[in-house]
Design a binder for this molecule. Structure first.
Ligand SMILES: NC(=O)c1ccc[n+]([C@@H]2O[C@H](COP(=O)([O-])OP(=O)(O)OC[C@H]3O[C@@H](n4cnc5c(N)ncnc54)[C@H](OP(=O)(O)O)[C@@H]3O)[C@@H](O)[C@H]2O)c1
Length: 376
């Protein structure tokens, strides 16, 4: 067994301390008096959380894989992305997020290939529900959650992910043309056939969640949630708590903004989706720095980074919340994992709440045509 030694509150300071028992013992003895020291074995490094009431246990933080192939500029180099994904497994992440539409297809293929040595040891979530463009062109033409289409998508995802069952199959967006009972019924059939293990919804409204849950228990809902996108607090989170459904915040780092690594001068690649978001215009980025400054102030006190505080804040909201930050870089993956070692006290949380409530976030998270597809 290889051990990681973590010294310091920041959680950034992991070092491997060897595989030989004698070396480990010596290191453990030496480190014992250090107050903040803790030891974790690789593969068991992270606390676990339970999503829903159907025995879906995952690491407290998952890994969002979308940006490795889609949305944030050109796709990453394949072998490099595979090594980041495998490094995540080694560091204890057991929950991976992808979707048919990411690419399309290429992100599921990447995740399937990278994680095939760990089949049965990791949970892979994917999503259906977009009507794709012909010939694998990026983007989508609309929504399609007709039961026959859901079943077709499941077959494709199973092949690309190289699994016999999809661990968690989310409807990516609610399709206004297909009653949610039919969608839940189609996933229920797939579960009965052993092709899917758990049902999820993404960006669904509270009423839809209840109706779906009545047909096929929903294990997790995935929607955008972070310090600058607090929509789910109004109704969705209380509904999930009542029904015993887990919550998976996507874009938990505000698509990178909350990490403090970008400002009004940051230039995105021309294919980067953030160019189209009102919240990412240079003016909005300038105005929204106030939120990053708040995170920076708390981070300094906790000997952590703004990204770690943004994630620790989410983890502190409810024990059934599992954020899925995305990154293409090993160093940032490790930084983000460090968030699980940051404990925010009730005073810290009160301070964040009170200071952030005085900051008015500039710019909508999505353009209107995309926002209209959410909360249905
Ligand atoms: N259900 C849905 O509709 C939906 C929508 C969007 C996303 N998602 C899922 O949620 C996952 C995460 O969301 P997201 O990727 O949109 O946003 P995010 O996790 O909030 O942020 C990702 C961005 O932050 C950067 N980043 C990550 N860690 C960082 C760090 N420590 N310091 C500085 N920069 C850092 C990444 O760049 P680098 O790669 O350069 O590190 C990337 O540009 C996605 O991968 C996807 O699986 C789902």
């Amino acid at each position: 067994m290889t051990y990681l030694l973590n010294f310091g509150e920041s959680g950034k300071n992991f070092i491997k301390i060897g595989k030989r028992p004698k070396v480990q013992e010596a290191m453990l003895r030496l480190a014992a008096p250090l107050r903040q020291t803790e030891f974790r074995s690789i593969g068991e490094t992270m606390q676990k959380r339970e999503l829903g009431n159907n025995n879906l246990e995952v690491s407290a933080l998952g890994l969002g894989c979308m940006g490795m192939s889609f949305s944030y500029g050109p796709a990453g180099e394949k072998q490099e992305m595979i090594s980041v994904l495998r490094a995540a497994v080694e560091r204890g992440i057991t929950f991976y997020d992808t979707a048919e539409v990411y690419g399309p297809f290429t992100n599921e293929e990447l995740v399937g290939e990278a994680l095939s040595p760990f089949r049965g040891k990791v949970v892979i979530a994917t999503k259906f529900g977009f009507k794709l463009k012909p010939n694998g062109e990026p983007g989508w033409l609309g929504l399609d959650s007709r039961p026959e289409h859901i079943k077709q998508v499941a077959e494709g995802s199973l092949k690309r992910l190289k699994v016999v069952a999809i661990d968690l199959f989310y409807q990516h967006r609610v399709d206004p043309d297909v009653p949610i009972e039919e969608v839940a019924g189609a996933v229920k059939d797939l579960i009965q056939e052993g092709k899917v293990k758990h049902f999820g919804l993404s960006e669904a409204g509270a009423k839809t969640i209840r109706r779906a849950h009545a047909v096929q228990p929903v294990t997790a809902v995935q929607s955008e949630y972070s310090l600058w996108t607090r929509g789910p607090e109004a109704e969705v989170l209380t509904t999930l708590e009542e029904l015993g459904i887990g919550f998976v915040p996507y874009s938990p780092l505000g698509k990178g903004f909350l990490t403090g690594k970008m400002n009004e001068n940051t230039k995105f690649d021309s294919s980067d989706f953030r160019n189209t978001l009102p919240r990412f215009t240079p003016e909005a980025r300038k105005a929204n720095q106030a939120l990053v400054e708040l995170l920076g102030k708390i981070a300094q006190r906790k000997k952590a980074t703004p990204a770690q505080i943004a994630l620790a804040w989410l983890l502190a909201q409810k024990p059934w919340i599992v954020p899925i930050p995305g990154t293409t870089k090993l160093g940032r993956l490790e930084e983000n994992i460090g968030a699980t070692a940051v404990e925010l006290t009730s005073d810290d949380l009160r301070e964040i709440e009170s200071a952030s409530s005085k900051i008015k976030v500039q710019g909508a998270r999505y353009p209107e045509n995309i926002e209209r597809m959410t909360g249905l």
